[in-house]
Design a protein. Structure first.
Length: 102
């Protein structure tokens, strides 16, 4: 892993993700801001793409700034619907109703 992406950073991101309550979602940018890296939303996405190697985290509760689900991850919608997350349509959650107010 490069200089920017070390294990401390990975666990910092994952610890925030682990705090997202059931029935709520957070955005990549929101998590970046919470760890003090406001402009690193993509870095958060990169960390989440590797989360399975670090344990079990509710990564399905993280969406983009518009509420869009991760492309190509069909199970994300199923996991969110199982938590009664309100959806706008098949690819977007309703952020007004379910955004985590950390």
């Amino acid at each position: 892993m490069g200089r920017i992406l070390d294990e401390n950073l990975i666990y910092e991101v994952l610890s925030v993700v682990d705090e997202i309550p059931e029935g709520k979602v957070a955005t990549y940018g929101q998590i970046a801001r919470l760890i003090g890296r406001e402009k690193n939303a993509r870095l958060v996405g990169r960390v989440l793409s590797m989360a399975e190697f670090y344990g079990r985290y509710p990564c399905h509760r993280v969406v983009n700034h518009a509420g869009r689900l991760a492309p190509g991850w069909k199970e994300q919608r199923e996991l969110l619907e199982a938590e009664d997350i309100p959806m706008k349509n098949t690819m977007y959650v309703n952020l007004k109703m379910c955004l985590w107010d950390e």
